[in-house]
Write a protein that binds this ligand. Structure first.
Ligand code: DOR
Ligand code: ZN
Ligand code: ZN
Length: 389
Protein backbone atom coordinates (compact mmCIF):
# COMPACT_ATOMS: atom_id res chain seq x y z
CA UNK A 1 0.00 0.00 0.00
CA UNK A 2 1.33 3.42 -0.95
CA UNK A 3 0.53 6.75 0.67
CA UNK A 4 1.38 10.09 -0.89
CA UNK A 5 2.65 12.12 2.06
CA UNK A 6 3.88 15.06 0.00
CA UNK A 7 3.51 18.26 2.05
CA UNK A 8 2.31 16.38 5.12
CA UNK A 9 3.84 16.21 8.59
CA UNK A 10 4.41 12.80 10.26
CA UNK A 11 3.81 12.71 14.00
CA UNK A 12 4.03 9.76 16.38
CA UNK A 13 0.64 8.20 17.14
CA UNK A 14 -1.04 10.42 19.72
CA UNK A 15 -1.63 9.14 23.25
CA UNK A 16 -4.58 10.45 25.28
CA UNK A 17 -4.11 10.38 29.04
CA UNK A 18 -7.78 11.06 29.71
CA UNK A 19 -10.64 9.39 27.81
CA UNK A 20 -14.06 8.36 29.09
CA UNK A 21 -15.09 5.34 27.01
CA UNK A 22 -18.28 4.67 29.05
CA UNK A 23 -18.11 0.90 28.52
CA UNK A 24 -19.12 -0.99 30.59
CA UNK A 25 -22.34 0.59 31.79
CA UNK A 26 -23.25 3.44 29.45
CA UNK A 27 -23.00 1.88 26.02
CA UNK A 28 -25.71 4.29 24.88
CA UNK A 29 -23.21 7.16 25.26
CA UNK A 30 -20.01 5.49 24.00
CA UNK A 31 -18.41 2.07 23.60
CA UNK A 32 -14.84 0.87 23.26
CA UNK A 33 -15.52 0.44 19.54
CA UNK A 34 -16.97 3.92 18.92
CA UNK A 35 -14.66 5.78 21.31
CA UNK A 36 -11.52 4.28 19.80
CA UNK A 37 -12.82 5.00 16.30
CA UNK A 38 -13.16 8.62 17.37
CA UNK A 39 -9.61 8.35 18.73
CA UNK A 40 -8.28 7.03 15.42
CA UNK A 41 -10.00 9.85 13.55
CA UNK A 42 -8.26 12.28 15.88
CA UNK A 43 -4.81 10.74 15.26
CA UNK A 44 -4.66 8.80 18.54
CA UNK A 45 -3.23 5.29 18.72
CA UNK A 46 -3.64 4.82 22.49
CA UNK A 47 -6.16 6.06 25.04
CA UNK A 48 -6.16 5.78 28.81
CA UNK A 49 -9.70 4.77 29.73
CA UNK A 50 -10.99 6.46 32.86
CA UNK A 51 -12.32 4.36 35.71
CA UNK A 52 -15.73 5.98 36.34
CA UNK A 53 -17.63 3.31 34.43
CA UNK A 54 -20.32 1.00 35.78
CA UNK A 55 -18.94 -1.11 37.34
CA UNK A 56 -16.03 1.12 38.31
CA UNK A 57 -12.58 -0.14 37.26
CA UNK A 58 -11.51 -0.88 40.83
CA UNK A 59 -10.63 -4.60 40.62
CA UNK A 60 -8.20 -6.74 38.64
CA UNK A 61 -11.18 -8.41 36.99
CA UNK A 62 -12.65 -5.10 35.80
CA UNK A 63 -9.28 -3.94 34.42
CA UNK A 64 -8.74 -7.27 32.62
CA UNK A 65 -12.25 -7.05 31.18
CA UNK A 66 -11.51 -3.62 29.73
CA UNK A 67 -8.22 -4.87 28.28
CA UNK A 68 -10.10 -7.72 26.61
CA UNK A 69 -12.73 -5.35 25.20
CA UNK A 70 -9.93 -3.19 23.85
CA UNK A 71 -8.25 -6.14 22.15
CA UNK A 72 -11.57 -7.22 20.66
CA UNK A 73 -13.10 -3.90 19.61
CA UNK A 74 -10.35 -1.28 19.76
CA UNK A 75 -9.24 0.88 16.85
CA UNK A 76 -6.51 2.07 19.24
CA UNK A 77 -4.77 0.63 22.27
CA UNK A 78 -7.05 0.78 25.32
CA UNK A 79 -5.11 1.23 28.56
CA UNK A 80 -7.21 0.85 31.71
CA UNK A 81 -6.94 3.52 34.39
CA UNK A 82 -7.65 2.08 37.84
CA UNK A 83 -9.83 3.80 40.41
CA UNK A 84 -7.93 5.01 43.48
CA UNK A 85 -10.74 3.98 45.83
CA UNK A 86 -13.36 1.23 45.84
CA UNK A 87 -16.34 2.38 43.80
CA UNK A 88 -14.66 5.83 43.65
CA UNK A 89 -16.33 6.36 47.02
CA UNK A 90 -13.20 7.74 48.64
CA UNK A 91 -13.27 5.56 51.74
CA UNK A 92 -11.22 2.42 50.96
CA UNK A 93 -8.35 1.76 48.55
CA UNK A 94 -9.25 -0.17 45.39
CA UNK A 95 -7.28 -3.30 44.32
CA UNK A 96 -4.30 -1.19 43.25
CA UNK A 97 -1.66 -3.91 43.43
CA UNK A 98 -3.79 -6.58 41.77
CA UNK A 99 -4.72 -4.23 38.92
CA UNK A 100 -1.03 -3.43 38.45
CA UNK A 101 0.02 -7.07 38.46
CA UNK A 102 -2.74 -8.62 36.36
CA UNK A 103 -3.55 -5.85 33.89
CA UNK A 104 -0.38 -3.73 33.95
CA UNK A 105 -2.26 -0.71 35.32
CA UNK A 106 0.07 2.16 36.21
CA UNK A 107 -2.31 5.13 36.33
CA UNK A 108 -4.88 5.37 39.13
CA UNK A 109 -7.38 8.18 39.26
CA UNK A 110 -10.14 9.67 41.35
CA UNK A 111 -11.51 11.45 38.28
CA UNK A 112 -15.08 12.52 38.81
CA UNK A 113 -14.93 11.93 42.58
CA UNK A 114 -12.06 13.74 44.25
CA UNK A 115 -10.34 11.93 47.16
CA UNK A 116 -10.87 14.63 49.75
CA UNK A 117 -9.34 12.50 52.53
CA UNK A 118 -5.62 13.33 52.69
CA UNK A 119 -4.83 10.16 54.66
CA UNK A 120 -6.34 7.96 51.98
CA UNK A 121 -4.45 9.87 49.27
CA UNK A 122 -1.22 9.43 51.21
CA UNK A 123 -1.79 5.67 51.45
CA UNK A 124 -2.56 5.44 47.73
CA UNK A 125 0.66 7.29 46.91
CA UNK A 126 2.70 5.03 49.19
CA UNK A 127 1.08 1.97 47.65
CA UNK A 128 1.63 2.76 43.94
CA UNK A 129 5.24 3.86 44.50
CA UNK A 130 6.21 0.17 44.77
CA UNK A 131 5.40 -0.48 41.10
CA UNK A 132 6.14 3.00 39.71
CA UNK A 133 2.47 3.87 39.44
CA UNK A 134 1.06 7.37 39.43
CA UNK A 135 -2.02 8.98 40.94
CA UNK A 136 -3.86 11.09 38.37
CA UNK A 137 -5.82 13.35 40.61
CA UNK A 138 -9.10 15.03 39.66
CA UNK A 139 -8.05 18.31 41.28
CA UNK A 140 -11.42 19.63 42.37
CA UNK A 141 -11.99 19.81 46.10
CA UNK A 142 -15.75 19.40 46.58
CA UNK A 143 -15.55 21.02 50.00
CA UNK A 144 -14.78 24.36 48.33
CA UNK A 145 -17.73 24.17 45.95
CA UNK A 146 -21.04 22.41 46.10
CA UNK A 147 -21.53 19.17 44.17
CA UNK A 148 -23.74 21.25 41.88
CA UNK A 149 -20.96 23.77 41.07
CA UNK A 150 -20.83 24.26 37.32
CA UNK A 151 -19.48 27.72 36.53
CA UNK A 152 -16.22 29.58 37.14
CA UNK A 153 -16.81 31.55 40.34
CA UNK A 154 -16.82 35.23 39.50
CA UNK A 155 -18.90 38.06 38.21
CA UNK A 156 -20.57 35.86 35.57
CA UNK A 157 -21.63 33.04 37.94
CA UNK A 158 -23.32 35.68 40.10
CA UNK A 159 -25.09 37.24 37.13
CA UNK A 160 -26.21 33.86 35.71
CA UNK A 161 -27.16 32.50 39.11
CA UNK A 162 -25.02 29.39 38.63
CA UNK A 163 -23.16 27.78 41.56
CA UNK A 164 -19.46 28.67 41.31
CA UNK A 165 -16.19 26.70 41.25
CA UNK A 166 -13.44 28.97 42.56
CA UNK A 167 -9.93 28.33 41.16
CA UNK A 168 -8.93 27.77 44.80
CA UNK A 169 -10.91 24.50 44.80
CA UNK A 170 -8.31 23.25 42.30
CA UNK A 171 -5.10 24.96 43.45
CA UNK A 172 -5.43 24.01 47.12
CA UNK A 173 -5.81 20.29 46.52
CA UNK A 174 -3.00 20.30 43.95
CA UNK A 175 -0.77 21.96 46.57
CA UNK A 176 -1.84 19.31 49.10
CA UNK A 177 -0.98 16.47 46.74
CA UNK A 178 2.33 18.08 45.75
CA UNK A 179 3.26 17.98 49.44
CA UNK A 180 2.04 14.39 49.71
CA UNK A 181 4.14 13.44 46.68
CA UNK A 182 7.16 14.98 48.42
CA UNK A 183 6.32 13.20 51.67
CA UNK A 184 5.91 9.79 50.05
CA UNK A 185 8.50 10.08 47.28
CA UNK A 186 5.78 9.19 44.82
CA UNK A 187 4.43 10.61 41.57
CA UNK A 188 1.34 12.76 41.15
CA UNK A 189 -0.28 13.74 37.88
CA UNK A 190 -2.85 16.54 37.80
CA UNK A 191 -5.86 16.04 35.53
CA UNK A 192 -7.39 18.89 33.49
CA UNK A 193 -5.67 21.96 34.99
CA UNK A 194 -7.99 24.91 34.41
CA UNK A 195 -6.60 27.87 36.32
CA UNK A 196 -3.66 30.27 36.52
CA UNK A 197 -3.48 29.63 40.28
CA UNK A 198 -2.82 25.92 39.69
CA UNK A 199 -0.11 26.76 37.15
CA UNK A 200 1.61 28.80 39.89
CA UNK A 201 1.39 25.86 42.30
CA UNK A 202 2.85 23.51 39.67
CA UNK A 203 5.78 25.86 39.03
CA UNK A 204 6.49 26.09 42.75
CA UNK A 205 6.31 22.31 43.25
CA UNK A 206 8.41 21.48 40.19
CA UNK A 207 11.03 24.01 41.26
CA UNK A 208 11.27 22.13 44.54
CA UNK A 209 11.97 18.92 42.61
CA UNK A 210 8.62 17.31 43.39
CA UNK A 211 7.60 14.67 40.83
CA UNK A 212 4.38 16.29 39.67
CA UNK A 213 3.10 16.43 36.09
CA UNK A 214 -0.07 17.89 34.63
CA UNK A 215 -2.34 17.90 31.62
CA UNK A 216 -4.61 20.51 30.05
CA UNK A 217 -7.68 19.83 27.89
CA UNK A 218 -8.12 21.30 24.42
CA UNK A 219 -11.32 23.07 25.57
CA UNK A 220 -9.54 24.85 28.43
CA UNK A 221 -6.92 26.05 25.90
CA UNK A 222 -9.52 27.84 23.81
CA UNK A 223 -13.04 28.19 25.21
CA UNK A 224 -13.96 30.77 27.85
CA UNK A 225 -16.60 31.08 30.53
CA UNK A 226 -18.64 33.73 28.68
CA UNK A 227 -20.02 30.89 26.50
CA UNK A 228 -22.18 30.00 29.51
CA UNK A 229 -24.24 33.19 29.04
CA UNK A 230 -26.41 31.23 26.61
CA UNK A 231 -27.04 28.55 29.27
CA UNK A 232 -26.18 26.00 26.56
CA UNK A 233 -25.43 22.72 28.43
CA UNK A 234 -22.89 21.82 25.73
CA UNK A 235 -20.50 24.13 27.56
CA UNK A 236 -21.04 22.57 30.97
CA UNK A 237 -17.85 20.77 32.00
CA UNK A 238 -15.78 19.95 35.08
CA UNK A 239 -13.62 21.82 35.76
CA UNK A 240 -15.51 24.78 34.29
CA UNK A 241 -14.43 26.99 31.41
CA UNK A 242 -12.66 30.06 32.79
CA UNK A 243 -11.93 33.66 31.71
CA UNK A 244 -9.25 34.73 29.21
CA UNK A 245 -6.43 35.28 31.70
CA UNK A 246 -6.60 31.60 32.72
CA UNK A 247 -6.59 30.47 29.09
CA UNK A 248 -3.48 32.59 28.51
CA UNK A 249 -1.74 31.09 31.56
CA UNK A 250 -2.57 27.55 30.41
CA UNK A 251 -1.18 28.17 26.91
CA UNK A 252 2.02 29.59 28.40
CA UNK A 253 2.36 26.64 30.81
CA UNK A 254 1.87 24.10 28.02
CA UNK A 255 4.46 25.93 25.91
CA UNK A 256 7.12 26.03 28.64
CA UNK A 257 6.47 22.46 29.83
CA UNK A 258 5.03 23.27 33.27
CA UNK A 259 2.03 21.41 31.89
CA UNK A 260 3.65 18.45 30.16
CA UNK A 261 0.73 17.01 28.24
CA UNK A 262 -2.60 17.51 26.57
CA UNK A 263 -5.38 15.21 27.85
CA UNK A 264 -8.74 15.41 26.13
CA UNK A 265 -11.18 14.50 28.95
CA UNK A 266 -13.33 13.17 26.10
CA UNK A 267 -16.63 12.84 28.00
CA UNK A 268 -19.49 11.57 25.85
CA UNK A 269 -23.02 12.00 27.16
CA UNK A 270 -26.26 10.66 25.74
CA UNK A 271 -28.67 13.26 24.40
CA UNK A 272 -31.13 12.83 27.27
CA UNK A 273 -28.39 13.53 29.82
CA UNK A 274 -27.40 16.81 28.13
CA UNK A 275 -30.89 17.96 27.18
CA UNK A 276 -31.74 19.31 30.61
CA UNK A 277 -31.53 22.90 31.79
CA UNK A 278 -27.91 23.90 32.45
CA UNK A 279 -27.93 23.14 36.17
CA UNK A 280 -29.20 19.57 35.68
CA UNK A 281 -27.26 18.55 32.57
CA UNK A 282 -24.30 16.14 32.81
CA UNK A 283 -20.89 17.83 32.69
CA UNK A 284 -18.45 16.98 29.93
CA UNK A 285 -17.71 17.41 26.23
CA UNK A 286 -16.29 15.39 23.34
CA UNK A 287 -12.62 15.89 22.58
CA UNK A 288 -10.79 13.10 20.75
CA UNK A 289 -11.58 14.03 17.16
CA UNK A 290 -10.78 17.73 17.53
CA UNK A 291 -7.88 17.71 20.03
CA UNK A 292 -5.05 18.04 17.51
CA UNK A 293 -6.98 20.70 15.60
CA UNK A 294 -7.37 22.81 18.73
CA UNK A 295 -3.72 22.37 19.72
CA UNK A 296 -2.67 23.50 16.23
CA UNK A 297 -5.01 26.50 16.38
CA UNK A 298 -3.96 27.64 19.87
CA UNK A 299 -0.31 26.53 20.05
CA UNK A 300 1.21 25.98 16.58
CA UNK A 301 -0.47 28.70 14.51
CA UNK A 302 0.33 31.16 17.29
CA UNK A 303 4.03 30.15 17.36
CA UNK A 304 4.01 28.65 20.87
CA UNK A 305 4.87 25.09 19.79
CA UNK A 306 6.57 23.56 16.76
CA UNK A 307 5.73 20.04 15.50
CA UNK A 308 8.33 18.47 17.79
CA UNK A 309 6.60 20.25 20.66
CA UNK A 310 3.26 18.82 19.59
CA UNK A 311 4.74 15.30 19.44
CA UNK A 312 6.13 15.81 22.94
CA UNK A 313 2.88 17.14 24.47
CA UNK A 314 0.49 14.75 22.72
CA UNK A 315 2.51 11.52 22.43
CA UNK A 316 5.88 11.25 24.17
CA UNK A 317 4.99 12.96 27.47
CA UNK A 318 1.63 11.19 27.92
CA UNK A 319 3.28 7.83 27.22
CA UNK A 320 6.06 8.58 29.72
CA UNK A 321 3.63 9.66 32.42
CA UNK A 322 1.55 6.50 31.90
CA UNK A 323 4.67 4.28 31.57
CA UNK A 324 3.46 2.96 28.22
CA UNK A 325 6.32 1.07 26.67
CA UNK A 326 5.00 0.27 23.21
CA UNK A 327 3.94 3.76 22.17
CA UNK A 328 4.87 7.41 22.42
CA UNK A 329 8.51 7.06 21.45
CA UNK A 330 10.54 7.08 18.24
CA UNK A 331 10.17 3.89 16.20
CA UNK A 332 12.87 1.28 16.06
CA UNK A 333 13.90 0.14 12.57
CA UNK A 334 11.43 -2.44 11.23
CA UNK A 335 8.92 -1.88 14.04
CA UNK A 336 5.21 -1.65 13.10
CA UNK A 337 4.36 2.05 13.06
CA UNK A 338 2.17 4.14 15.33
CA UNK A 339 1.87 7.40 13.47
CA UNK A 340 -0.39 10.10 12.18
CA UNK A 341 0.03 12.04 8.94
CA UNK A 342 -0.99 15.66 9.33
CA UNK A 343 -2.01 18.21 6.74
CA UNK A 344 -0.92 21.50 8.32
CA UNK A 345 -3.04 23.69 6.02
CA UNK A 346 -6.44 21.99 5.78
CA UNK A 347 -9.40 23.56 7.58
CA UNK A 348 -13.07 22.76 7.82
CA UNK A 349 -16.22 23.52 9.78
CA UNK A 350 -16.80 20.97 12.55
CA UNK A 351 -20.06 19.03 12.16
CA UNK A 352 -21.17 17.10 15.21
CA UNK A 353 -23.25 14.76 13.04
CA UNK A 354 -20.08 13.53 11.33
CA UNK A 355 -18.53 12.22 14.55
CA UNK A 356 -17.54 8.61 15.13
CA UNK A 357 -18.62 9.02 18.75
CA UNK A 358 -22.06 7.81 19.77
CA UNK A 359 -22.65 11.14 21.50
CA UNK A 360 -23.15 14.61 20.10
CA UNK A 361 -22.02 16.91 22.93
CA UNK A 362 -19.46 18.58 20.70
CA UNK A 363 -18.54 22.14 21.76
CA UNK A 364 -16.74 22.76 18.45
CA UNK A 365 -19.82 22.20 16.29
CA UNK A 366 -20.13 24.95 13.68
CA UNK A 367 -16.65 26.36 14.24
CA UNK A 368 -14.00 26.46 11.56
CA UNK A 369 -10.86 24.70 12.79
CA UNK A 370 -7.80 23.00 11.32
CA UNK A 371 -8.69 19.60 9.85
CA UNK A 372 -5.27 17.98 10.18
CA UNK A 373 -5.63 14.19 10.35
CA UNK A 374 -5.08 12.53 6.96
CA UNK A 375 -4.06 9.02 8.04
CA UNK A 376 -3.65 7.18 11.34
CA UNK A 377 -1.63 3.98 11.66
CA UNK A 378 -1.77 1.86 14.81
CA UNK A 379 0.63 -1.07 15.15
CA UNK A 380 1.18 -1.01 11.40
CA UNK A 381 -2.55 -1.01 10.56
CA UNK A 382 -4.42 1.90 8.99
CA UNK A 383 -7.10 2.85 11.53
CA UNK A 384 -8.27 6.01 9.80
CA UNK A 385 -7.96 7.49 6.35
CA UNK A 386 -9.46 10.85 5.49
CA UNK A 387 -12.50 10.41 3.32
CA UNK A 388 -12.48 6.72 4.15
CA UNK A 389 -15.36 7.06 6.61
O1 DOR B 1 -16.78 17.12 32.82
C1 DOR B 1 -16.45 16.05 33.27
N1 DOR B 1 -17.01 14.91 32.87
N2 DOR B 1 -15.50 16.01 34.20
C2 DOR B 1 -15.19 14.88 34.86
O2 DOR B 1 -14.36 14.92 35.69
C3 DOR B 1 -15.92 13.63 34.58
C4 DOR B 1 -16.47 13.65 33.25
C5 DOR B 1 -17.45 12.58 32.98
O3 DOR B 1 -17.25 11.42 33.36
O4 DOR B 1 -18.45 12.88 32.31
ZN1 ZN C 1 -12.23 15.11 36.01
ZN1 ZN D 1 -12.54 13.08 33.17
Amino acid sequence: ERVDAHGLVALPGLVDLHTHLREPGREDAETVATGTRAAARGGFTAVLAMANTNPVTDTAEAAEHLLALGRRDGAAQVVPVGAVSKGLAGSELAELGLMARSAGVRVFSDDGHCVADARLMRRALEYVRAFDGVIAQHAQDPRLAGTDACCHEGELSGRLGLPGWPPAAEATIVARDAELAALTGSRVHVCHVSSAETVDVLRWAQKRGIDITAEVTPHHLMLTTDLLSSYDPTYKVNPPLRPDEHVAALREALADGTIAAVGTDHAPHARHDKEHAFADASPGMLGLETALAVVIETMVTTGRLDWAGVAERMSYAPARIARLSGQGRPLAVGEPANLVLVDPAARSVVDRAASASLSRNNPWHGRELPDPVVLTVWAGRVTHRRGGG
